[in-house]
Design a protein around this ligand. Structure first.
Ligand code: NAP
Length: 266
């Protein structure tokens, strides 16, 4: 198993993983990581114009590809707002299909780990969490469940041509998710609704404007109906998906003031 990263010295990967340097936007840097590899797990976090050259390099080496995509075909308002990221995933999937490789598309909903970026800085700094669209429900997906499905798709036969929509087991509003974190760390958090316009200014610290707008539109559209919940994780791994309470318990240290400099995942 080999991992391609931009900065090997910052990669925190298990010792049995070979780490090589590469950048998805520089196709010539991908060959050393791809040499001798037959299956690729692709986490695409680069701009859209780099997709075609990178896939062309991958297709020279690999015979199958597992893509970490998103639930872009799921008919739930949370996932159906037009945005540039959605268009990019449509483009990546079409290009992978056209390459003639075997493929599997993983379609996780909101990652539970988003809480580390969205709420942990506020909770480490004090007892007030200010956030928009607190009534919006999602089914936070534990990254370990996404990884468990990815391992099956990469290592087992029978997943070619499959599209797996992966979610956590429960529909929880954003207010409920922050409350669960407060309960786990034993603190009484004050959770305050802020307007989308105020949030748009503040959330620019966590991502570029198109990504912030995508989130605000998705949450606004999701209010009023439960989040989309699937049983796919259990069907593929044989184990139930982890609850947000389990995720928060295992990541509680990231929300404690004394861990301000730590950003570790459980
Ligand atoms: N977050 C969610 O709720 C969610 C839900 C569904 C799907 N997804 C999808 O899942 C994927 C991962 O999401 P995420 O939120 O974990 O993203 P993220 O936090 O933005 O991930 C960034 C990672 O990508 C690496 N990276 C960035 N540009 C790169 C490049 N040019 N070449 C190689 N590596 C590069 C970064 O490496 P460095 O350490 O070098 O910066 C970092 O490890 C994305 O495709 C996202 O669209 C996310």
């Amino acid at each position: 198993m080999r991992a391609l990263v931009r900065n090997p010295s910052a990669a925190r990967l298990p010792p049995q993983v070979e780490v090589v340097r590469g950048d998805l936007t520089l196709p010539e840097t991908l060959d050393s990581g791809l040499s001798g590899i037959d299956t690729v797990f692709l986490v695409w976090t680069a701009p859209a114009d780099a997709v075609a050259p990178a896939l062309e390099r991958i297709a020279r080496h690999a015979r199958s590809i597992v893509l970490l995509s998103a639930p872009i075909k799921t008919a739930h308002p949370l996932f159906q707002q037009p945005n540039p990221l959605r268009a990019m995933f449509e483009q990546i999937e079409q290009q992978i299909e056209a390459l003639g490789l075997q493929w599997t598309f993983l379609r996780p909903g909101m990652f539970a780990a988003n809480a580390l970026i969205w709420w942990a800085p506020q909770i480490r700094a004090g007892d007030v969490v200010r956030w928009p669209h607190l009534a919006a429900p999602t089914a936070p997906t534990d990254e370990r469940d996404i990884a468990a499905v990815a391992v099956r798709a990469l290592c087992e036969d029978g997943h070619a041509g499959s599209e797996y929509v992966l979610t956590g087991p429960q529909s929880l509003s954003q207010f409920e998710q922050v409350s669960i974190i407060g309960r786990v760390i034993g603190r009484s958090l004050r959770i305050e609704e802020i307007s989308p316009d105020e949030a748009r200014r503040e959330l620019l610290r966590i991502g570029p404007l198109p990504a912030v707008n995508m989130l605000l539109q998705a949450w606004a559209a999701a209010i009023g109906q439960p989040a989309h919940v699937t049983s796919t994780v259990a069907e593929i791994t044989g184990a139930p998906p982890k609850t947000f309470l389990e995720w928060a318990t295992d990541n509680a240290a990231a929300f404690q003031p004394c861990n301000r400099l730590r950003s570790g995942y459980a």
